[in-house]
Structures are given as C-alpha cells and as structure tokens.
Write a protein that binds this ligand. Structure first.
Ligand SMILES: Cc1cc2nc3c(=O)[nH]c(=O)nc-3n(C[C@H](O)[C@H](O)[C@H](O)COP(=O)(O)OP(=O)(O)OC[C@H]3O[C@@H](n4cnc5c(N)ncnc54)[C@H](O)[C@@H]3O)c2cc1C
Length: 307
C-alpha cells in the first residue's frame, strides 16, 4: 500500500491538512467533488489576509499551493463510504476510481445547507441571503435586514443581528413563535410578518423585497435565514461507527481532531458548528500534524522492531 493518508474533501480544511502532510513528505490522496459550502458567495469575510476576496479564488490559490508538493495527489471524485479493515487500514470507496486504501483517513467533507423552497432564495444565497452574521452582516450594518426564521431560535438570532442593525423585519413564514418571545420582539418595535413568504424578489441575487402570501411586499436589503444543515455523507459515519456531537449531529472530535475511531480524523464544518474558513483551515492544519504524529510513532515502532 502506497498511500498513507486519504483526505475526503479538498477545501479549506482538507487542503490545510494536506499542506501539513505534504510538507512532511507523506503520501496523500485528496478526494474532492468540488462543491464547497460557500461556492455561491461572491465575497467572503473574516479570513485574515483575504478579507473581501471571492472564496473560490482563495480555494484556487490553496489548491495551487498544495499541488507543489509531489507526494500529494488529487482525485476529482465522490467518496461513497469508508470502511475499517482488520489490519487497521481503511478502504475508501469512490464513485469513479474504485477502492483506495490508506493508514489514516481525514474527513473534511463539510456540510450541506438545505435551501428553503421559496423562489429567489437560492439565487440570493451567500450574497444577500446569509446565515452567518460574522461573514456577511457588516455589509448591511444599519440597513434593513429581514429575519427569516421561527421557533425558539428566533429570539437569540434577533439578539445577535441587533448588533449590526436595529431596522429588522421578522418573517415567520407560516411558522410559530412562543408568546414570551413575541412580547419581547414587540417591545423592541420589530414588525412580525406571520404569512408564508411567496417570493424573494431580487436582481442578480440582490434582494429587492419580500413578497408574502397576500401579495404585500416588504423592502429589505438582506435576509438572515437559518435553515437546516447536515453532514454531506452520513453513510461514512454509519459504516465507520463514528460518534456524533450534539446538537447539530456533526462528527465528534477531541481538540486534536481525533474521532472515536483510531486513525480517523475530522476537521472543518463536518466537525464544528463554528463555520469559518479560518477555523476550518486551523482544524485541518491541526489534524495534519496529529495524523502525522501517529504515523511517525507507528513507523518508528516498526523500525525499532526490525533493527
Ligand atoms: C453562504 C455561505 C457564506 C459563507 N461565507 C463565509 C465567509 O464570508 N467567511 C468565512 O470564513 N466563512 C464563510 N462561510 C463558511 C465556510 O463556507 C465554511 O466554514 C467552509 O467552507 C468550511 O470549509 P470545509 O473545508 O470544512 O468544507 P467545505 O468548504 O464545504 O468543503 C467540503 C469539500 O468536501 C467535498 N465533499 C463533500 N462530500 C464529499 C464526498 N463524499 N466525497 C468527496 N468530496 C466530498 C465538497 O465537494 C467540498 O469541496 C460561509 C458559508 C456559507 C454557507
């Protein structure tokens, strides 16, 4: 077996792990199907040295940097599952390239956001419809922001987004709100629109207004929307027997990115709810170092045994 580490997912987390391992001369294969979580965003923020840059450009530069390391190779493919073998190696099954085997596996395959079935929602996603205030709210500071959310999480999102703008409109989209929260929101004089949202009217992904069921429109500059997200591939989790963390059912890892299965690591959005490119990169780099350390220990033990 030639490959030492297989990395599933070649974005910010996976490439950071690969950079570390490539610089340590390890034989690494990155398998990536190329659909990053923020692929639709025109601008990304909070990534030091690249604030405001197109995230696809950052990913392109990252890939180019990693490509310099000759022991690292790339496969444009989809991993369908990963299985642990009896000799403690791992078999990684792919759609186009059959089965690959390695001593260590790094899961850096991110999460998938569910799009709300509202016309215009997907077109504006990542630009004027956003889910993370730290990434996109600054650009809409003191502008009118719609909050498209209902249920118990609504009040905490309002608390947060008030840091950027006091001009808010809540769209419950037919959902519910508890009375105590409604009283607090009303005290703040934030309008609550109960009807379902019929459309997000926009021009090239730039929100113009929200159309509700009765045809009435509400002008907004941006929309904060919190929709469900889930791991990109749950078969891997089931087949490896990986433990998940609460409340988001992400891969449970320790501070070094180790999962409950020795030899399997996870980094980035699939292992933390702090969805930031910088965090994904840092966790990827951490996992790169720790996976390398495990390989060093194992290789050294074998060396000593054989001398
Ligand atoms: C709309 C939006 C805007 C955002 N804006 C910002 C921002 O401004 N600043 C910021 O710091 N963060 C931003 N984020 C968060 C950021 O996108 C994530 O934190 C970051 O992409 C996580 O990196 P990652 O490497 O963990 O996963 P991803 O970047 O999602 O990459 C995962 C990779 O794994 C691949 N993959 C998945 N499953 C498989 C499989 N089975 N086989 C092979 N490959 C697979 C995917 O195709 C993808 O290439 C934003 C997120 C969203 C949704």
């Amino acid at each position: 077996m030639d490959t030492q580490v297989i990395i599933v997912g070649g974005s910010y987390a996976g490439l950071s792990a690969a950079l570390m391992l490539g610089r340590a001369l390890k034989k690494v294969v990155i398998i990536d199907k190329g659909v990053r979580r923020n692929i639709q965003a025109h601008e990304s923020h909070s990534y030091l040295t690249r604030d405001g840059e197109n995230p696809n450009e950052i990913a392109r530069i990252a890939r180019e940097e990693v490509r310099k390391y000759k022991t690292v190779s790339f496969l444009d493919d989809l991993v369908t599952t990963v299985k642990q073998n009896e000799n403690k190696t791992f078999s990684v099954l792919t759609e186009k390239n059959g089965t690959l085997t390695a001593y260590k596996v790094v899961l850096a395959y991110g999460v998938k956001d569910e799009m709300l079935p509202i016309p215009g929602y997907t077109d504006c996603w990542g630009n004027t419809v956003f889910t993370c205030p730290y990434c996109h709210a600054y650009e809409f500071a003191q502008k009118t922001i719609g909050v498209l959310l209902s249920g118990d999480m609504l009040l905490s999102m309002i608390k947060l987004i008030l840091q950027w703008s006091t001009s808010l409109v809540v769209f419950l989209n037919g959902g519910t709100i508890n009375q105590e929260h409604e009283n607090i929101i009303s005290k703040l004089k934030i309008p609550i629109v109960r009807e379902s949202v019929k459309e997000i009217a926009h021009q090239n992904g730039k929100v113009k207004h929200v159309v509700i069921g009765n045809g009435k429109t509400h002008d907004v500059d941006a929309i904060l929307a919190v929709a469900p997200f889930h791991l990109n591939n749950s078969q891997i989790v089931t087949d490896l027997g990986l433990a998940l963390s609460e409340p988001f059912k992400l891969i449970n890892v320790d501070a070094f990115g180790k999962t409950n299965i020795k030899g399997v690591f996870a980094a980035g959005d699939c292992a933390t709810f702090v969805a930031q490119m910088s965090v994904a990169s840092a966790l990827g780099a951490t996992v790169g170092v720790i996976a390398h350390k495990e390989l060093v220990e194992e290789e050294f033990a074998e060396l000593i045994q054989n001398v």
